[in-house]
Write a protein that binds this ligand. Structure first.
Ligand code: TYD
Length: 395
């Protein structure tokens, strides 16, 4: 049975940037509530937003925009080639090719329903299926390649899929029964609870996965987890390594350890989620008050990084252009637009990040190290970052 523990109010699409204010009259909003399923332990949105509304030719998130992510996938691809040496790699949700471009064109297949990104990997020469992941597509690929696939990868994509059981079934269908490996990474529920990073919750994140829930869901489709890695990317993620139960890899102690740690951390108790909801409410109130106090002093406050996560925060806390003058972001498809719901203008850092800015809310707090390094001169000149993780404060 599913029980609601958190309501984050009326929310727009997290990546639904507006080209101009006239688009506001047709802006889509929904009630964003979060539920816990006490049978599977899965945390999900109560009402899923239709995937076609979010993942289409206008999708704004570019994985390659961050050096951290480029390095992250390069390193992983080297490990896969060295330790697994797959003959065929399929990536579900290949975005702008940030992972797949580390493999040869003959060795890799991309699946990407956002046509703007599918066109990029296609142009690079990778076979790209411009479609949502499904059993139908898995069967089509099997027919076209006359074989099963020995390595399937997905980064920040499986948690986007409302019917996750069906998506895992399709993976299990296409995976080679003896040497097949399915590896995927997504934000970690445990890390979200520890950091109080409720901004991980937005339309695209249909679920926030725990290892506990994944273990159950994967078992149901004949897959077993044989290794778990904790990653620092995206504010704390898990990389899950799985195989068919007939697979050849030994199950590492990391799996049992992760399950145990989640249990002792309370991830299977509803009260943990109720306490998290209280923390979210306090965090929201504190952030709003801090920004209002700074505003009274007349100092310029902006937001650094128009991350999807900021949509949740600004709409939940009712933070608009009166408190945050503008946002800076390097992503070409975001520059010149207005933020979803609150309509805060977005400019390129070269046009808006200078010493006139006294405070910058770290919208992309998950890239704090990369950003602080990049902006060390601004920091040295007295600029200050504000964050809400793990609690609201000036850094
Ligand atoms: P990110 O945290 O990757 O994702 P999400 O949208 O899933 O919350 O988004 C970070 C945003 O910050 C993205 O729009 C790119 C931007 N950004 C910059 O503008 N400059 C930077 O130096 C970095 C690291 C990110």
């Amino acid at each position: 049975m599913k029980a609601r523990f958190l309501s984050l109010g009326r929310q727009p699409l997290a990546n639904g940037f507006l080209a101009n204010i006239t688009e506001a009259k047709d802006e889509f909003f929904y009630d964003m509530n979060v539920v816990y399923d006490n049978e599977t332990h899965l945390v999900s949105l109560e009402n899923f937003v239709r995937p076609e509304l979010m993942f289409n030719e206008h999708y704004a998130y570019h994985g390659s925009m961050s050096q951290t992510m480029q390095d992250h996938f390069k390193e992983l691809a080297a490990k896969i080639n060295k330790e697994i040496n797959p003959s065929l790699v399929l990536e579900i949700g290949s975005n702008d090719g940030v992972f797949i471009k580390n493999f040869t064109k003959k060795q890799a297949i991309a699946v990407e329903p956002c046509s703007n990104f599918a066109a990029i990997t296609n142009k690079l020469g990778y076979e790209t299926y411009d479609e949502f992941w499904s059993m139908k597509l898995a069967k089509q690929i099997e027919l076209e390649y006359h074989s099963k696939v020995d390595f399937i990868f997905a980064a920040n994509c499986m948690c986007h899929i409302p019917d996750i059981e069906d998506a895992f079934k399709a993976v299990a269908h296409l995976l080679d029964e003896t040497k097949g490996v399915f590896c995927f990474e997504d934000p970690s529920l445990l890390e979200m609870l520890i950091r109080g990073s409720y901004d991980q919750i937005y339309d695209e994140h249909a679920h926030i996965f725990s290892i506990t829930a994944l273990n159950k869901l994967l078992k149901n489709v004949g897959l077993e987890i044989f290794d778990v890695e904790q990653l620092s990317v995206h504010g704390g993620s898990n990389r899950i390594w799985t195989q068919p139960i007939t697979g050849k890899y030994l199950i590492k102690p990391t799996v049992e350890a992760a399950l145990l740690f989640e249990k002792v951390s309370g991830l299977t108790n509803f009260s943990t989620y109720v306490n998290f909801a209280k923390r979210v409410q306090n965090s929201g109130t504190e952030l709003f008050s801090m920004l209002r106090e700074i505003k009274k002093t007349g100092k310029k406050v902006i937001c650094y990084g128009a991350a999807s996560k900021t949509t949740t925060i600004f709409n939940y806390c009712n933070i608009g252009p009166d408190l945050i003058e503008y946002m800076v972001d390097t992503t070409p498809s975001k520059v010149g637009k207005l933020s979803p719901g609150k309509h805060i203008p977005i400019v390129h850092p070269k046009d808006g990040f200078d010493t006139s800015v006294k405070f910058a809310f770290l919208g992309a707090w998950n890239f704090a190290a990369e950003i602080c390094d990049k902006e060390k001169l601004w920091l040295a000149q007295g600029g200050k970052f504000i964050t809400h993780v793990p609690n609201v404060r000036i850094l």
